[in-house]
Ligand binder design. Structure first.
Ligand SMILES: C[S@@+](CC[C@H](N)C(=O)[O-])C[C@H]1O[C@@H](n2cnc3c(N)ncnc32)[C@H](O)[C@@H]1O
Length: 219
Protein backbone atom coordinates (compact mmCIF):
# COMPACT_ATOMS: atom_id res chain seq x y z
CA UNK A 1 0.00 0.00 0.00
CA UNK A 2 1.29 3.40 -0.93
CA UNK A 3 0.02 6.63 0.61
CA UNK A 4 0.71 9.92 -1.16
CA UNK A 5 -0.02 13.01 0.90
CA UNK A 6 -0.33 16.41 -0.77
CA UNK A 7 0.16 19.21 1.76
CA UNK A 8 1.65 22.66 2.19
CA UNK A 9 3.05 21.54 5.57
CA UNK A 10 5.05 18.37 4.77
CA UNK A 11 7.20 18.59 7.90
CA UNK A 12 4.13 17.96 10.08
CA UNK A 13 4.57 14.31 9.12
CA UNK A 14 8.29 14.03 9.97
CA UNK A 15 8.12 12.60 13.48
CA UNK A 16 4.76 10.93 12.97
CA UNK A 17 6.15 8.70 10.22
CA UNK A 18 9.16 7.67 12.31
CA UNK A 19 7.28 6.58 15.43
CA UNK A 20 5.32 3.60 16.63
CA UNK A 21 3.71 1.01 14.36
CA UNK A 22 3.50 3.38 11.40
CA UNK A 23 7.27 3.96 11.62
CA UNK A 24 7.87 0.21 11.82
CA UNK A 25 5.50 -0.45 8.90
CA UNK A 26 7.49 2.05 6.83
CA UNK A 27 10.82 0.49 7.86
CA UNK A 28 9.58 -2.99 6.98
CA UNK A 29 8.19 -1.63 3.71
CA UNK A 30 4.72 -2.91 4.57
CA UNK A 31 3.51 0.56 3.65
CA UNK A 32 5.15 3.32 1.66
CA UNK A 33 4.37 6.95 2.50
CA UNK A 34 5.32 9.82 0.24
CA UNK A 35 4.69 13.31 1.55
CA UNK A 36 4.63 15.92 -1.21
CA UNK A 37 4.98 19.66 -0.79
CA UNK A 38 2.19 21.16 -2.91
CA UNK A 39 4.32 24.24 -3.47
CA UNK A 40 6.52 22.18 -5.80
CA UNK A 41 3.68 22.38 -8.34
CA UNK A 42 3.18 26.14 -8.14
CA UNK A 43 4.58 28.31 -10.91
CA UNK A 44 5.01 31.79 -9.41
CA UNK A 45 8.12 33.09 -7.62
CA UNK A 46 6.28 33.14 -4.25
CA UNK A 47 5.14 29.52 -4.67
CA UNK A 48 1.57 30.49 -3.78
CA UNK A 49 -0.79 27.59 -3.40
CA UNK A 50 -3.76 29.84 -2.50
CA UNK A 51 -5.63 32.86 -3.81
CA UNK A 52 -8.53 35.13 -2.86
CA UNK A 53 -12.05 33.71 -3.26
CA UNK A 54 -14.25 34.69 -6.20
CA UNK A 55 -17.35 36.45 -4.91
CA UNK A 56 -15.48 38.00 -2.00
CA UNK A 57 -15.36 36.92 1.62
CA UNK A 58 -12.50 36.59 4.05
CA UNK A 59 -9.59 34.22 3.90
CA UNK A 60 -7.86 32.41 1.09
CA UNK A 61 -8.76 29.40 -1.00
CA UNK A 62 -6.36 26.70 -2.19
CA UNK A 63 -5.89 26.76 -5.94
CA UNK A 64 -6.99 23.78 -8.02
CA UNK A 65 -4.21 23.99 -10.59
CA UNK A 66 -1.20 22.95 -8.45
CA UNK A 67 -3.32 20.16 -6.96
CA UNK A 68 -4.29 18.94 -10.42
CA UNK A 69 -0.63 18.94 -11.51
CA UNK A 70 0.44 17.14 -8.33
CA UNK A 71 -2.17 14.41 -8.69
CA UNK A 72 -1.37 13.92 -12.39
CA UNK A 73 2.28 13.38 -11.49
CA UNK A 74 2.00 11.13 -8.44
CA UNK A 75 -0.97 8.98 -9.46
CA UNK A 76 0.10 5.49 -10.40
CA UNK A 77 -3.01 5.18 -12.52
CA UNK A 78 -5.60 2.52 -13.06
CA UNK A 79 -8.43 1.59 -10.79
CA UNK A 80 -6.10 0.78 -7.92
CA UNK A 81 -5.50 4.45 -7.04
CA UNK A 82 -7.98 6.46 -5.00
CA UNK A 83 -7.83 10.24 -4.63
CA UNK A 84 -9.29 11.63 -1.41
CA UNK A 85 -9.97 15.27 -0.61
CA UNK A 86 -10.47 16.14 3.05
CA UNK A 87 -13.32 18.49 3.82
CA UNK A 88 -15.77 18.74 6.72
CA UNK A 89 -18.51 18.60 4.05
CA UNK A 90 -17.37 15.15 2.92
CA UNK A 91 -18.67 11.68 3.61
CA UNK A 92 -17.98 10.57 7.18
CA UNK A 93 -14.95 8.28 7.49
CA UNK A 94 -15.63 5.00 9.29
CA UNK A 95 -14.32 1.44 9.58
CA UNK A 96 -16.13 0.33 6.43
CA UNK A 97 -14.41 3.10 4.46
CA UNK A 98 -11.07 2.06 5.97
CA UNK A 99 -11.67 -1.49 4.71
CA UNK A 100 -12.56 -0.19 1.28
CA UNK A 101 -9.43 1.97 1.12
CA UNK A 102 -7.26 -0.97 2.24
CA UNK A 103 -8.08 -2.70 -1.04
CA UNK A 104 -6.43 0.01 -3.13
CA UNK A 105 -2.80 -0.02 -4.16
CA UNK A 106 -2.43 3.73 -3.71
CA UNK A 107 -4.33 6.27 -1.60
CA UNK A 108 -3.66 9.90 -2.50
CA UNK A 109 -4.79 12.37 0.16
CA UNK A 110 -5.22 16.09 -0.47
CA UNK A 111 -4.91 18.17 2.70
CA UNK A 112 -6.80 21.44 2.54
CA UNK A 113 -5.92 24.57 4.54
CA UNK A 114 -7.24 28.15 4.84
CA UNK A 115 -10.92 28.51 3.89
CA UNK A 116 -10.79 25.29 1.92
CA UNK A 117 -10.03 24.14 -1.61
CA UNK A 118 -11.34 25.33 -5.00
CA UNK A 119 -14.50 23.26 -5.42
CA UNK A 120 -13.34 21.92 -8.80
CA UNK A 121 -10.96 19.64 -6.89
CA UNK A 122 -13.92 18.11 -5.02
CA UNK A 123 -15.98 17.78 -8.17
CA UNK A 124 -13.54 16.82 -10.91
CA UNK A 125 -10.23 15.69 -9.41
CA UNK A 126 -10.93 13.77 -6.20
CA UNK A 127 -12.67 10.39 -6.27
CA UNK A 128 -14.07 10.99 -2.80
CA UNK A 129 -14.59 13.82 -0.34
CA UNK A 130 -13.99 12.62 3.20
CA UNK A 131 -14.71 14.15 6.61
CA UNK A 132 -13.37 12.66 9.83
CA UNK A 133 -16.09 14.23 11.97
CA UNK A 134 -18.63 16.96 12.32
CA UNK A 135 -16.20 19.70 13.38
CA UNK A 136 -13.84 22.01 11.52
CA UNK A 137 -10.08 21.56 11.83
CA UNK A 138 -7.41 23.93 10.52
CA UNK A 139 -6.16 21.51 7.90
CA UNK A 140 -6.36 18.07 6.36
CA UNK A 141 -3.09 16.77 7.81
CA UNK A 142 -4.63 15.24 10.96
CA UNK A 143 -7.40 13.61 8.88
CA UNK A 144 -4.67 12.18 6.61
CA UNK A 145 -2.92 10.65 9.65
CA UNK A 146 -6.23 9.27 10.93
CA UNK A 147 -7.07 7.63 7.61
CA UNK A 148 -3.52 6.31 7.18
CA UNK A 149 -3.62 4.66 10.64
CA UNK A 150 -7.05 3.13 10.23
CA UNK A 151 -6.12 1.72 6.81
CA UNK A 152 -2.60 0.62 7.76
CA UNK A 153 -3.73 -1.52 10.68
CA UNK A 154 -5.74 -3.57 8.19
CA UNK A 155 -2.64 -4.39 6.18
CA UNK A 156 -1.11 -7.80 6.99
CA UNK A 157 1.69 -7.70 9.60
CA UNK A 158 1.36 -3.97 10.40
CA UNK A 159 -0.13 -4.60 13.84
CA UNK A 160 1.36 -8.06 14.12
CA UNK A 161 -1.87 -9.91 14.89
CA UNK A 162 -3.44 -11.53 11.89
CA UNK A 163 -6.72 -11.77 13.80
CA UNK A 164 -7.14 -8.04 13.13
CA UNK A 165 -7.59 -8.88 9.51
CA UNK A 166 -11.06 -10.20 10.15
CA UNK A 167 -11.97 -6.52 10.37
CA UNK A 168 -11.26 -6.26 6.70
CA UNK A 169 -14.21 -8.41 5.78
CA UNK A 170 -16.66 -5.95 4.37
CA UNK A 171 -19.83 -5.34 6.29
CA UNK A 172 -18.69 -7.51 9.20
CA UNK A 173 -18.74 -5.67 12.49
CA UNK A 174 -16.47 -6.39 15.43
CA UNK A 175 -16.45 -5.43 19.09
CA UNK A 176 -14.06 -2.97 20.71
CA UNK A 177 -14.24 -3.55 24.48
CA UNK A 178 -12.72 -2.06 27.67
CA UNK A 179 -9.25 -3.34 28.59
CA UNK A 180 -7.45 -3.54 31.96
CA UNK A 181 -3.92 -4.42 33.02
CA UNK A 182 -1.92 -4.62 36.28
CA UNK A 183 -2.37 -3.72 39.11
CA UNK A 184 -5.65 -5.42 39.96
CA UNK A 185 -6.46 -2.72 42.51
CA UNK A 186 -5.56 0.93 42.01
CA UNK A 187 -6.31 3.81 44.36
CA UNK A 188 -7.70 6.81 42.49
CA UNK A 189 -8.83 9.89 44.46
CA UNK A 190 -8.99 7.83 47.66
CA UNK A 191 -11.15 5.05 46.16
CA UNK A 192 -9.97 1.54 45.39
CA UNK A 193 -10.69 0.85 41.73
CA UNK A 194 -10.66 -2.84 40.83
CA UNK A 195 -10.40 -4.78 37.63
CA UNK A 196 -13.80 -6.42 36.90
CA UNK A 197 -13.76 -9.82 38.59
CA UNK A 198 -14.85 -11.70 35.48
CA UNK A 199 -11.57 -10.78 33.74
CA UNK A 200 -9.60 -12.53 36.49
CA UNK A 201 -11.85 -15.61 36.48
CA UNK A 202 -10.16 -17.53 33.68
CA UNK A 203 -13.63 -18.37 32.34
CA UNK A 204 -13.23 -17.56 28.66
CA UNK A 205 -16.89 -17.93 27.80
CA UNK A 206 -17.90 -15.47 30.54
CA UNK A 207 -15.12 -13.07 29.52
CA UNK A 208 -16.34 -13.21 25.94
CA UNK A 209 -19.91 -12.45 27.03
CA UNK A 210 -18.75 -9.58 29.28
CA UNK A 211 -16.71 -8.04 26.46
CA UNK A 212 -19.68 -8.28 24.14
CA UNK A 213 -21.93 -6.63 26.73
CA UNK A 214 -19.53 -3.82 27.57
CA UNK A 215 -18.11 -3.29 24.09
CA UNK A 216 -19.14 -1.21 21.15
CA UNK A 217 -19.73 -2.66 17.74
CA UNK A 218 -17.51 -1.06 15.08
CA UNK A 219 -18.63 -1.19 11.50
C1 LIG B 1 -10.75 25.49 7.91
S1 LIG B 1 -11.03 24.06 6.94
C2 LIG B 1 -11.95 24.72 5.59
C3 LIG B 1 -13.26 24.06 5.40
C4 LIG B 1 -13.95 24.51 4.11
N1 LIG B 1 -14.78 25.64 4.38
C5 LIG B 1 -14.77 23.36 3.53
O1 LIG B 1 -15.99 23.43 3.54
O2 LIG B 1 -14.15 22.39 3.07
C6 LIG B 1 -9.44 23.79 6.22
C7 LIG B 1 -9.18 22.37 5.78
O3 LIG B 1 -9.13 21.51 6.90
C8 LIG B 1 -9.55 20.21 6.53
N2 LIG B 1 -10.62 19.82 7.45
C9 LIG B 1 -11.19 20.59 8.40
N3 LIG B 1 -12.08 19.91 9.09
C10 LIG B 1 -12.11 18.66 8.59
C11 LIG B 1 -12.88 17.50 8.89
N4 LIG B 1 -13.79 17.47 9.85
N5 LIG B 1 -12.64 16.40 8.15
C12 LIG B 1 -11.73 16.40 7.16
N6 LIG B 1 -10.99 17.49 6.83
C13 LIG B 1 -11.18 18.60 7.53
C14 LIG B 1 -10.00 20.27 5.07
O4 LIG B 1 -8.97 19.77 4.25
C15 LIG B 1 -10.21 21.77 4.85
O5 LIG B 1 -9.99 22.15 3.52
Amino acid sequence: MRFDIITIFPSLFDSYLKESLIGKACDKKLIEVKVHDLRNWTDDPHKSADDTPFGGGGGMVMKAEPIYKAISEVKLGGKKSRVILFTPRGKRFNQKKASEFADYRQIIMICGRYEGVDERVAKFIADENISIGNYVLMGGELPAMAVMEAVSRLIPQVVGKESFLKERKKGESFIEYPQYTRPEVLEINGEKRRVPRVLLSGNHQKIKEWRKRKGKSIK
